[in-house]
Design a protein around this ligand. Structure first.
Ligand code: DON
Length: 575
């Protein structure tokens, strides 16, 4: 099955074309699409979004409702105890911004937090239980989104989630599969086991999961705003629960949490403007580097798909190597963003690519022995993404997470809040891979109040013809999955085609190409093997992409939810 993006001309269009683009953009500046759409990973969350649209909410109100509802109905993926990135576009005044609701390390965190006396990483300590949890950013994002950008009240936007938490949602296959995977962690604490298990076992399909404590916590948030979570009763219960279970949170850590509004990263490629996530996400920079390498490819590769996949894989390898070396929390480390995204750097990297031979990652001057060839420990598509567009053209791409399935598996007593294990996204020790096989060094070392480096990459792809709102979960594969989505939309694929497309991935280490069944033709696989690539077919699919697409010239809106997941997408007439 040839991949549509393989036909993509690898070229960058700047200067003249950029000016033409701006002219075209002005010419097409128009009222919004006149329709509205939402795509999310759970039908009940999509329905919550529909209800808020029906009540007169805008895309930002819908984002609050969908985030909160996903936290209730897909606790394996995201929740109040986690964080995320919300890429927003306000149609009026035409401004994009990213809400960085990434979790932060507690004040007492330090670089040796997960090491034993010999300096070895203690298995599981950054993954399971209270010590694995960073200070959540999600409640701050909900309050800010509703207050600064929404049209309805926070209370109105949280109402569907509160109802779902009280009434319960039926356990589905995704919930069961992940609860099985995290059974030991969920059994450890009484509250998590009571909420998510039945007599210590995975609930039957269809069994109702009720969350009255979470409903009460959400209600305090709805009534009191920020203080309803980061101070008072909720904060006291969270800190008491965490400390009693061996964690290091303090009330000051919670009170000090800061949501940050960041300028998105804006890339130009092939006549498109790609608006995506800046650090502390690694996604935008890595995507930009890969696109830049494609753009400096001087001679046309024609229809040679083997060469095109080879080039893309070699570009991925190099972008993930730079990720490991240079990326981290921009408020604590200096990231050479301009250099990493420069054409000179892309040209240098391209020069090191041999079109006839795979470059072993070991030859790229970074190969800590401890990480060589270790496979990632998890392949499950947790985390969540949703995409929204309203009739005026406001839009949201949000990727939200607890990190691992069911996060740390720990619920502080009496809160109903399942805590993240985002601390595992730091480099627990230089060069030692995390749960996704990713390595890191100084730039992503653990430190007080730091944000761990993320791969989450909510993205807008903007051309005069169409605007695509997209994103996906998938751990380290988020970046390459979003890249496939960007290339597909630039090829003109419709929303269904974008989410269906086969996916492949390389992340520098482990040094192999992971690919979904059917994503690469046999002759391409043979051609890659002949070049020295190690091929790693994956039984499980990658990601759970949610797309909303506005065909501006045709005044049409499409929405699609990845067939790999259980989500749903709707397009609705304007209210
Ligand atoms: O922020 C990150 O990059 C990770 N915590 C995301 C985790 C994820 O996507 C889980 N899905 N497999």
């Amino acid at each position: 099955m040839p991949l549509p993006f393989m036909r993509l001309r690898a070229r960058s269009v700047r200067g003249v074309l950029c000016a033409l683009w701006l002219l075209a953009l002005c010419a097409t500046a128009q009222a919004g699409p006149g329709q509205q759409a939402v795509a999310s990973a759970h039908p009940l969350a999509t329905a919550a979004g529909e209800a808020i649209f029906a009540a007169g909410g805008n895309a930002f109100d819908v984002a609050v409702a969908v985030t909160a509802a996903l936290g209730v109905t897909e606790p394996q993926g995201s929740g109040l105890g986690g964080g995320g990135f919300f890429l927003l576009h306000e149609a009026e005044p035409g401004r994009s911004v990213m809400l960085d609701a990434r979790e932060t390390a507690p004040g007492a965190a330090h670089r040796d937090l997960y090491l034993d006396a010999d300096g070895e990483v203690i298995p599981g300590l950054s993954l399971d239980g209270a010590l694995a949890a960073a200070i959540p950013g999600m409640p701050a994002a909900l309050v800010h989104l509703a207050g600064r950008y929404g049209r309805l009240t926070l209370d109105a936007n949280l109402a569907p989630a509160i109802r779902l938490a009280e009434a319960g949602f039926p356990a589905n296959a995704g919930f069961q599969q992940m609860a099985r995977f995290r059974l030991e962690a969920l059994r450890t604490g009484a509250d998590a086991a009571d909420i998510f298990l039945r007599d210590g076992e995975v609930p039957e399909a269809g069994e109702l999961i009720r969350q009255p404590d979470l409903a009460a916590t959400l209600r305090r948030l709805a009534e009191q705003g920020i203080d309803g979570f980061y101070a008072g009763e909720t904060a006291e219960r969270l800190v008491a629960g965490v400390q009693a279970a061996g964690g290091i949170w303090t009330l000051e850590d919670l009170a000090g949490y800061k949501l940050v509004e960041r300028s998105p990263l804006v890339l130009e490629h092939d006549g498109a403007r790609i608006v995506t996530a800046p650090p502390p996400s690694s996604g935008g920079i890595a995507i930009g580097q890969i696109l830049n390498i494609l753009a400096v490819q001087d001679n046309d590769l024609g229809d040679d798909e083997i060469l095109r996949v080879h080039l893309l894989v070699e570009a991925m390898r190099r972008a993930y190597r730079d990720r490991a070396l240079y990326l981290g929390d921009p408020d604590h480390v200096n990231i050479p963003v301009t250099r990493l995204l420069s054409r000179e750097h892309a040209a240098e990297l391209r020069q090191g690519i041999d079109l006839d031979r795979a470059t072993p990652s070991a030859e790229l001057s970074l190969m800590p022995e401890s990480s060589a060839g270790k496979p990632p420990r998890v392949e499950s598509p947790q985390t969540s993404h949703f995409s929204v567009l309203d009739a005026e053209g406001n839009r949201v791409a949000a990727t939200i997470t607890l990190n691992y399935p069911f996060g740390s598996g720990f619920v502080p007593p009496g809160t109903g809040v399942l805590l993240n294990n985002e601390m595992d996204d730091f480099a627990a020790r230089p060069g030692v891979p995390n749960a996704y096989g990713l390595i890191g060094f100084e730039a992503n070392a653990i430190g007080p109040y730091r944000r761990p480096l993320s791969s989450m990459s909510p993205t807008f792809v903007e051309t005069p013809e169409r605007i695509t709102v997209l994103g996906t979960p998938g751990g380290s594969r988020i970046i390459t999955t979003v890249l496939h989505g960007i290339l597909a939309t630039l090829e003109g694929a419709d929303a269904e085609e974008i989410v269906r497309e086969g996916r492949f991935h390389h992340q520098y280490l482990p040094d192999h190409i992971e690919f979904e069944s059917g994503a690469l033709d046999t002759d391409v696989l043979l051609g890659l093997a002949r070049r020295g690539h190690t091929l790693s077919p994956q039984v499980r699919p990658f990601g759970n992409m949610q797309v909303v697409l506005w065909e501006r010239r045709q005044d049409r809106v499409e929405a699609a939810s990845d067939p790999r997941g259980n989500g749903s997408a709707v397009v609705l007439p304007a209210q």
